[in-house]
Each structure stands twice: as C-alpha cells, then as structure tokens.
Design a protein around this ligand. Structure first.
Ligand SMILES: C[S@@+](CC[C@H](N)C(=O)[O-])C[C@H]1O[C@@H](n2cnc3c(N)ncnc32)[C@H](O)[C@@H]1O
Length: 313
C-alpha cells in the first residue's frame, strides 16, 4: 500500500512562505523521507532554484527514494541516517544553513504494513520494530530480557498504558515457558488481558506496541535532538514544521517550541536582564493544525496528526 502524505498542502504552504524560499532559492530539509510524498510535494511546488535534502534511517525508504533522485536530479538528495544526527549529516554533505525543515514523525504505511518489520500487532512477523534493522536491538530483546520494573516503565512512560504493571508481570511469567518471538504472540497475550471498551477504536495492544517502538528506536531523544539541531541550523526567517501522531511527541514539540519562543524570564522588578534568554522563534500555529474531515475520510491514518510550526527570528 502507498503512503498518503498527511497535511501535505498545509506543510508545503508554511515551508514555502519561509524567507529564503520565497526568493526562489534555498535548501529545504525533509528529515523523514518515508514514501517521499512531502519531498515530492516540496519539489513540485517550489522554484527550480530550491533544492530538497531528505533523510531517513530506514534503508528501505532510502532505496525507494532512488526514483525521485532520477526524476529531480540536481534538486534532490537523499541521506541515509538518523535525524538525531542532523548536524553531522548536513556537515558531511557540505550543507550549511538551511531554509526550512520538515519532520513528519512516526511510521510510514510501508513500515506498518510490511509484517516482516514487526511494527503491526495485526499481522504476524518477528518482534523487531527497528526502523533501521542494521543497528540496535529488536523489540524481542526487550520483551524477553528486561525485568518487570523496566517493562512497566516502558509501557507507562512511552505508551501511557493503564495496565502497564499487570502486562509486564504477565510477560515475565509467560516468557519463562516460551519466549515472545513474534508480534502476534505478544498481541494475543495483551488481547486476553486488556478490556476492549465498547466505543473505542483502539486495539488493546496499541499502547504497548507504541511504547516498544519508541523504546527500540529511542524516538523521543532523537526528536529532542533534531528539534535542537533545527533551531541552530535554520536561517533567520526560515520555518520548521513538525507533524506528530501522539501526545508524547506533540508535548515535546510544544515544549521545545514554547521555550524557544520565550524572551527574558527575569522578574519585572530586576532592572537589568540577568538570564540572557532571548526569543529565538515565533510560533506560527497556536494550538496546532489538525487535518480537515475530508482528509481524515480519505486517509484515516491522518486522524491523530497535529502540525506545529515556527519561524526563526
Ligand atoms: C510518517 S513517515 C514519513 C512519510 C513522508 N512524509 C511521506 O509523505 O511519504 C516517517 C518516516 O520517518 C522515518 N524516521 C523516523 N524516525 C527517524 C529518525 N530518527 N531518523 C530518520 N528517519 C526517521 C521513518 O523511517 C519513516 O520512513
């Protein structure tokens, strides 16, 4: 199945209104290439003097991008790597300041639907969940080796799972008989334990799978690092757009943007500023942009998306 880009028009409109790009030149970075929908949109909607540099840590996404490289030749480059290392990736590619940064975080439909990647609780596959299967440890390692306290913390902190402790205890008890090697074996255990609420569209294993995925790929710390790197790397007047799909990511994005949008925090009675904090960005999106009903009807996966954007001062 193809990946349908989420909030495509909204993100392109914001990025192309950034200062450098308006002049018909500039470098835009799409740090989450995926199926290339946003990269393609940016290339097609911008002047020939604008180039796009994309990044993805998934080797399959990088392979998929070869077609776009042939099509847009000198205007498009694709770098393999973790966006947490954005500064190094851009340095190594000889790229200085940038004129826009897009992060459409999470998983692509390709990753979700390919059972062999282990992201989906609905299709059978190895319990892996690594976005880059050449590095790090698969989810099975955590599920079969972490102690009960660690598992509980992962499910609670990264999945906000109300039954975190009970699920962790049950996993530890069951794995001594038979380790969890597949997605369905883990999902089946959770299905037995977690009640399904009448009107909930959420599968009972959603939170645990999300938590494992975040832990396996160290997603929140990668997100924090790329947000900081983006703030350093963007030109004045350039924009950063972040699309997130769950509250943990969105909270982090909101926090980092809010912090960067604050000026001096000294108490009003202090005559001279001692904190040295300067406002670095202007927030462009207030409470965040959500997909219209028409987009959700066309692409139900966009339902939970929230877009936040800033402009560098
Ligand atoms: C939601 S998809 C992006 C879809 C893309 N915007 C499109 O329209 O096709 C997210 C992509 O980001 C990649 N990704 C997630 N975390 C990453 C990271 N830390 N570094 C680099 N790529 C990452 C995933 O491998 C996935 O391909």
């Amino acid at each position: 199945m193809e990946h349908i880009p989420v909030l495509l028009k909204e993100s392109i409109d914001i990025l192309l209104a950034g200062k450098g790009v308006v002049g018909g030149e500039g470098v835009l970075v799409d740090a989450t290439f995926g199926g290339g929908g946003h990269s393609r949109g940016l290339l097609e909607s911008s002047a020939p003097g604008v180039s796009v540099v994309a990044v993805d840590r998934d080797p399959e996404a990088v392979l998929r991008g070869q077609a776009l490289i042939s099509e847009f030749a000198y205007r498009f480059r694709l770098l393999a790597g973790n966006y947490a290392d954005l500064t190094r990736l851009l340095d190594d590619a000889g790229i200085g300041k940038i004129d826009g940064l897009l992060l459409d975080i999470g998983l692509s439909s390709y990753q979700l639907e390919e059972g062999g990647r282990g992201f989906s609780f609905q299709s059978e596959g190895p319990l892996d969940m690594r976005m880059d299967p050449t590095t790090g440890e698969p989810a099975a390692m955590i599920v079969n080796q972490a102690d009960c306290k660690t598992l509980t913390k992962i499910f609670r902190d990264f999945g906000e799972e109300p039954y975190a402790a009970a699920i962790a205890r049950k996993i530890v008890e069951s794995r001594s008989q038979k380790p969890f090697l597949t997605t369905r074996s883990l999902a089946a255990l959770i299905e037995e334990m977690v009640p399904v609420y009448k009107h909930s569209r959420r599968h009972p294993a959603t939170r645990v799978f999300q938590a494992l995925r975040i832990s396996v790929n160290d997603e929140l710390s990668a997100l924090r690092r790329v947000l900081e790197a983006g703030l350093e790397r963007l030109e004045c007047g350039a924009r950063m757009v972040v699309i997130s799909y769950h509250s943990l990511e969105d909270r982090l994005v909101k926090q980092v943007f809010r912090q960067a949008s604050k000026g001096c925090v000294c108490p009003p009675r202090v005559p001279v500023c001692g904190c040295g904090q300067k406002q670095r960005v202007k927030i462009l999106t207030g409470r965040g942009v959500r997909p219209q009903d028409s987009e959700i009807a066309l692409n139900p996966r966009s339902r939970s998306a929230c877009l936040r954007a800033i402009e560098l001062l």
